[in-house]
Write a protein that binds this ligand. Structure first.
Ligand code: ATP
Length: 648
């Protein structure tokens, strides 16, 4: 089995593609001949979607930056919206003709002196026809809104995901991953019901109430007026209270579920540590509290619903009782026909029916709106690191890096870097050494523009990083983090991550140059071997070598390398050091070194302490100087002696 198919197939991560093992760990035996015809037919029947035409703009297009509202999401589909609106009118009107036909049948076919079987039958048939039209309308309505909901949710998912891709590292450091996940899953799914039938039902019920009010006034203005004066104000007051209370409630419900999911995700990710430190009981207690808050929020909304729903129902019953007294007296005084009173009662019943449904739909609406608000907050979060509107494309660089009097703070008032000034020549490797928390990684993060300096500037070949496009900058940078991240997919996919268009030969060259050949040969399917998410099935040395091959293949001019702190056996360490030598050749490199043996290989060493560079020079120069580096070196030499190693 060759590796060829996987690169062209892009980085899908889904195992089971043709030419790849279907299940990790199991050899893929090919498609059995008797199934081949069926598979061919299936493949031929697949729609041809072609290459999607997607443009990703770092700052977001004008369309993408518009505030997220339900209406904006919906009005992208005016045709479906219009059709849905028309169907709403058809359903609301045709569904309310019945009582009028009943009134006509009673007054002209059933009252003494007016018996007419033909009128009764004609009205019954007409009733049936209108009900049929209403039912048909409903059928199409469900179809149209179902489709509309699917499209809107699809758009929303893509929009929020694209926004997440744009956000800076700072956002992901501060926001819990579980909360972001719950926005993308639970909050978006919560809109399903609202979009699918909530909004249309809300419109149908609202319109039905308007139609009925008109008919009531047309039937008997006096009786209708009493209804309006008695019921509507009470209904409005109750509805305003409900809106406020349920808004607050559903907001808490959304936060509650986000916290539950976030706690769950953290427990799952940290399961090793939880077990190792016997924190299971504590975790259960904590989760119980988080789930308890969610339960309380749900209880509150249930309480609000329980007051509003039956409350409006009671208003309806009071209205009917008054109607019976007033309307009955009018019939006795010959001010109203019996048919009109019956029709009035039927309509009044129907007036309150939509209110019940409206309450349910309004509930759905409030839930959906709470989700939209949460998603809007997420989409309104601006990336901390923005691309300048007039950013230019960084031309191919030589790789001269300069920290020009750079200061930086993650949190205002607590500087992490102070007045750092350092110049690196093209092709030079500078190792940053120093105590933990000194600011070494932060300096590297400024070069990759994960953050911008609070003061001063970072330049490459004289270009201030803030003046160039992020894409042009990062396409010339290579980053090897302390903990290499491997994505679910094949080893080949992972190596070609930065350059999915790389040819087989280029990938093989990268593998060979960083000394990964032995490792790949040991794998059951070579480069096609599937690694699980985060590469948990590989050793840390293997993961590091893959990350180095990935960086090698990207051919960056500038390399930022955070050395892994994990202890490797001597053989793996030698391998990785050899791979590093290949990788650093002719490149400007920042090497965050945790081992002095690595730092010594650099052209120069910068000693970072408490956010400042306190010494810079070659290994020999710094040892001769007798400063902080010399101290560190001495300690290291004595430790190595004790351990029986010979320092290089
Ligand atoms: P190490 O050798 O342990 O990797 P380092 O020298 O690379 O340490 P940095 O990661 O640059 O240190 O951190 C410098 C300081 O900034 C530390 O005090 C750290 O607590 C703080 N810091 C790092 N990241 C953040 C962040 N996202 N928000 C706030 N403070 C941070």
């Amino acid at each position: 089995m060759t590796w060829g198919g996987s690169v062209g197939g892009g980085f899908g991560g889904a195992p089971g593609g043709f030419g790849r093992p279907a299940v990790p760990g199991l050899p893929f035996a090919g498609i059995p001949p008797e199934l081949q015809d069926g598979v061919d037919r299936l493949v031929a029947s697949e729609p041809k979607y072609g290459e999607p035409d997607i443009v990703f703009e770092q700052n977001g297009s004008e369309q993408e930056l518009k505030r997220l509202t339900l209406w904006r999401l919906l009005n992208k589909y005016p045709g479906m919206l219009l059709l849905s609106g028309l169907l709403v009118v058809v359903i609301a009107v045709t569904g309310q003709v019945g009582p009028k036909l009943t009134e006509y049948a009673i007054n002209n076919g059933m009252t003494p002196g007016h018996y007419d079987f033909g009128v009764v039958v004609a009205m019954a048939v007409a009733y049936l026809v209108f009900i049929l039209v209403a039912a048909l309308g409903q059928r199409f309505q469900v179809q149209v809104t179902g489709r509309l909901a699917a499209w809107v949710m699809n758009d929303l998912r893509v929009k929020v995901f694209a926004h997440l891709q744009r956000l800076s590292l700072g956002f992901f450091t501060e926001e819990k991953a579980g909360v972001v996940m719950s926005r993308m899953t639970s909050d978006i799914e919560n809109l399903q019901q609202l979009l699918q039938d909530g909004l249309s039902q809300l419109a149908i019920q609202g319109l039905t109430m308007v139609v009925i009010t008109i008919i009531l006034f047309a039937t008997n203005a006096y009786l209708a007026f009493i209804t309006v004066v008695l019921i509507i104000p009470a209904l409005v007051v109750a509805s305003i209270w409900f809106k406020r209370a349920s808004e607050r409630g559903y907001d808490q419900v959304r936060d509650g579920i986000a916290n539950v999911l976030s706690d769950l995700s953290e427990s799952l990710h940290g399961v090793h540590i939880v077990t190792a430190h016997n924190r299971q009981r504590h975790n259960v207690v904590h989760h119980r509290n988080v789930v308890g808050d969610y339960r309380d929020a749900n209880n509150y909304t249930a309480h609000v619903n329980a007051l509003y729903g039956p409350g409006t129902q009671m208003l309806g019953i009071i209205g009917q009782a008054v109607m019976l007294a007033v309307g009955g007296t009018m019939v006795l005084n010959h001010q109203l026909s019996l048919g009109a009173l019956v029709a009035f009662f039927l309509y009044l019943n129907r007036f309150f029916q939509p209110i019940q449904l409206l309450v349910q739909q309004y509930n759905t609406y409030q839930q959906g709106q709470a989700s939209v608000n949460k998603l809007r907050d997420l989409c309104d979060t601006e990336p901390e690191v923005m691309e300048a509107p007039d950013a230019t494309v960084l031309p191919p660089i030589e790789g001269a890096i300069r920290f020009d009097h750079v200061s930086f703070a993650y949190v205002a008032g607590r500087p992490v870097l102070e007045d750092v000034d350092l110049t690196m020549a093209p092709g030079e490797t500078v190792a940053f050494v120093g105590p933990t928390g000194a600011g070494k990684s932060t300096m590297a993060k400024l070069v990759t523009r994960f953050y911008d300096p609070s003061e001063g500037r970072v330049t490459i070949d004289g270009h201030d990083l803030r003046s160039v496009t992020m894409h042009s900058l990062r396409s010339q940078l290579g980053v090897v983090p302390q903990e290499p991240f491997l994505f679910a997919g094949t080893i080949g996919d992972n190596i070609a991550f930065a350059r999915p268009d790389a040819t087989d030969d280029e990938i093989h060259e990268a593998v060979e140059r960083v000394g990964l050949t032995d490792v790949i040969d040991r794998m059951p399917h070579g480069l096609d071997t599937v690694v699980h998410e985060r590469g948990q099935t590989l050793s840390s040395g293997e993961r590091q070598l893959i990350a180095l091959a990935r960086a090698f293949l990207a051919h960056p001019r500038v390399l930022v390398l955070d050395e892994a702190t994990s202890n490797l056996d001597l053989q793996s360490e030698t391998k990785i050091e050899a791979a590093l030598d290949v990788l650093l050749e002719n490149r400007t490199a920042i090497l965050i070194a945790h081992r002095l043996s690595t730092a010594m290989r650099a052209d120069r060493i910068a000693v970072v302490d408490d956010g400042r560079i306190i010494e810079v020079g070659s290994h020999a120069e710094l040892v001769a100087k007798g400063g902080r580096y010399a101290e560190m070196y001495e300690t290291w030499v004595s430790q190595a002696d004790v351990a029986g190693h010979q320092p290089a």
